[in-house]
Ligand binder design. Structure first.
Ligand code: ADP
Ligand code: MG
Ligand code: MG
Length: 213
């Protein structure tokens, strides 16, 4: 069962890679408004390294948790930038929480996502409203956790959480960044959504069918 879920994690990472490649220019342009313009490039470098490392781990027979840990470590190593450190550490925490023994149910998935979120907020110290990826991540996690507790079927719960994340990412347009490289030019950023929140909502959306299918 764990091998089967490892294959699903690989599919989820492949889906993220396709969407990040497609959005690379858009994410870079968003980051250029008040930041340094490298968010698209950094995310592509991170996901390319993550998918390669995850596939190599799976070929050696790694279970889902180990596949996600390999992906996270490669992402942190190769992406560069704030988002790379946070995505890498978050994926590692997700993998540690899921472990290799399980074929996760919706509550275990929600616990994995909560571990991802806790690692990112623990390292980055951003709170909702600071105009970072955390603005999309917190509503995602809260919705998934609540629906998991209600016994909602995994795909439906994950998809509903992804909608909340997408709405929250778009709503960051009205905010001023209080963390990260966009802070010195905060006023310029008003009117544009946060790039890291946008990419996070996109990734969680496209991962739904494989991670929570
Ligand atoms: P860098 O800012 O180092 O160039 P990126 O451009 O790849 O890295 O990522 C920028 C994104 O990182 C921002 O849009 C924001 O979502 C996220 N970010 C920045 N600082 C933090 C933080 N302290 N906590 C969480 N996310 C952050
Ligand atoms: Mg940047
Ligand atoms: Mg940078």
């Amino acid at each position: 069962a764990s091998r089967e879920y490892a294959a699903r994690c690989l599919s989820a990472l492949d889906a993220a890679r396709d969407s990040l490649h497609a959005a690379e220019t858009k994410l870079g342009d968003m980051d250029a408004i008040a930041g340094d313009g490298d968010h698209g490039r950094g995310m592509v470098r991170g996901i390319d390294a993550a998918t390669a490392a995850a596939a190599a781990a799976a070929r050696q027979g790694a279970g889902a948790g180990s596949v996600l840990i390999a992906a996270g470590d490669a992402w942190a190593d190769k992406a560069g930038g704030t988002s790379g450190v946070l995505w890498g550490a978050g994926l590692r925490a997700f993998g540690e929480a899921l472990g290799d023994q399980v074929s996760p149910d919706v509550s275990q998935l929600a616990a994995g996502v909560a571990a991802f979120t806790d690692r990112i907020t623990g390292l980055g110290k951003a709170a909702p409203g600071d105009k970072t990826m955390v603005d999309a991540l917190v509503p995602f996690t809260e919705t998934l956790t609540r629906l998991a507790a209600d016994g909602t079927e995994p795909h439906q719960a994950w998809a509903a959480a992804a909608v909340e994340a997408t709405v929250a990412a778009q709503a960051t347009a009205s905010l001023r960044p209080l963390k990260g490289r966009a802070r010195p030019l905060a006023e310029k950023s008003v009117g544009t959504p946060d790039p890291g929140a946008t990419s996070l909502a996109m990734i969680f959306t496209v991962m739904a069918p494989s991670l929570a299918g």
